[in-house]
Design a protein around this ligand. Structure first.
Ligand SMILES: [Zn+2]
Length: 150
């Protein structure tokens, strides 16, 4: 089983959250938020959780969209840096013919590089791959997640 066989989405987000020490997966609460579009019309609004950004109706655990939102990349990098893992990210432009194929390659510790279609996904894979080597519980959780559980 390779870490990059787990697709972007909630399962992978849960693994990253657990790796980073999140233990409570209940939402903080749902608070009123609203915004307007560029033209100042068609404002959206609703009650959303400030930690994960989900609406109450979305369901699911409170976990940030680490694997799909590039805004989450630096939180992962800072956490890894706090454990003294140096970080490297390479972005490759493949052009339209192969766009989306291993566009980003991320690595921690110099020799663990994992490629993925997006930067966020590459960083998730690289961090999990490195930490699974020293965290038996995480390694087991990755295997179980790949088998279909959470
Ligand atoms: Zn939440």
């Amino acid at each position: 089983m390779r870490i990059d066989e787990i697709p972007a989405g909630p399962k992978l987000d849960m693994l990253v959250a657990k790796m980073m020490g999140q233990e409570d997966f209940g939402h903080i609460g749902f608070f009123w938020q609203e915004g307007v579009t560029e033209d100042g019309e068609d404002g959206w609004n609703g009650f959303y959780c400030p930690r994960c950004g989900k609406a109450e109706a979305d369901g699911g655990p409170c976990v940030k969209p680490y694997s799909t939102n590039r805004a989450c990349i630096w939180e992962m990098v800072e956490w890894m840096n706090s454990l003294s893992y140096p970080f490297a990210l390479r972005l490759d432009w493949h052009g339209p013919a192969v766009a989306g194929k291993g566009y980003a390659t991320a690595g921690f510790s110099g020799d663990h590089h994992v490629s993925a279609n997006t930067e966020a996904l590459a960083v998730c894979y690289a961090a999990l791959a490195v930490r699974a080597e020293v965290d038996e519980g995480l390694a087991q959780a990755i295997i179980e997640s790949a088998r279909g559980g959470i």
